[in-house]
Design a protein around this ligand. Structure first.
Ligand code: PAF
Length: 165
């Protein structure tokens, strides 16, 4: 497994690519996503990025569980080919100013209590889709609203990939 920290280093080729976007702290749910991606694609890329844009002030971004060493081991054993683990500066460099407005879907249910959360999720997912250029991206069923937001993003912005939930 290759660990890649910059966008420029990510390999691109003609093989089919499955992307599993994650914030790390891998558990059995992630393993199921890696397994599905492994079964359906030539290359499996997992992203490991605790996305500051989806945490509001006071939501404890700093206390989000992080164990990169253990995650690397788990990902490697699960057959992940590339672990993309960028820094916050790589994803949101100085002067960053573009955000995805997810509309009504982002402001109800969980969005009612976490304003801006789904804007941050949609923005980072769009960035990851553009950076990794996957054929398929994998999301857990337990985050049902997130999956709906990402599906809407793909439909509304005519993105050329399949969302697998
Ligand atoms: O579900 C998550 O772990 C995150 O919301 C995601 C999809 C990786 C975006 O940061």
């Amino acid at each position: 497994m290759r660990v890649v920290r910059t966008i420029a280093e990510l390999p691109h080729g003609s093989a089919s690519v499955g992307l599993v976007p994650t914030m790390g702290a891998f558990h059995r749910g992630h393993l199921a996503l890696f397994e599905a991606a492994r079964a359906e694609n030539d290359v499996v890329v997992a992203s490991l990025f605790v996305n500051p844009a989806q945490f509001a002030a006071g939501e404890d971004l700093d206390r989000y569980p992080r164990d990169e060493e253990s995650d690397m081991k788990v990902a490697e054993e699960a057959g992940v080919d590339v672990l993309f683990a960028p820094s916050a500066e790589e994803m949101y460099p100085d002067g960053y100013g573009t955000w995805v407005d997810v509309g009504e879907l982002g402001s109800k249910l969980e969005g009612e209590f976490r304003p801006g959360h789904f804007r941050g999720v949609a923005t980072v997912c769009l960035k990851l889709f553009n950076i990794v250029r996957p054929d398929r991206a994998y999301f857990g069923q337990k985050d049902a609203q997130q999956a709906a937001v990402v599906k809407q993003l793909v439909r509304d912005l005519n993105l050329d990939l399949e969302i697998r939930v």
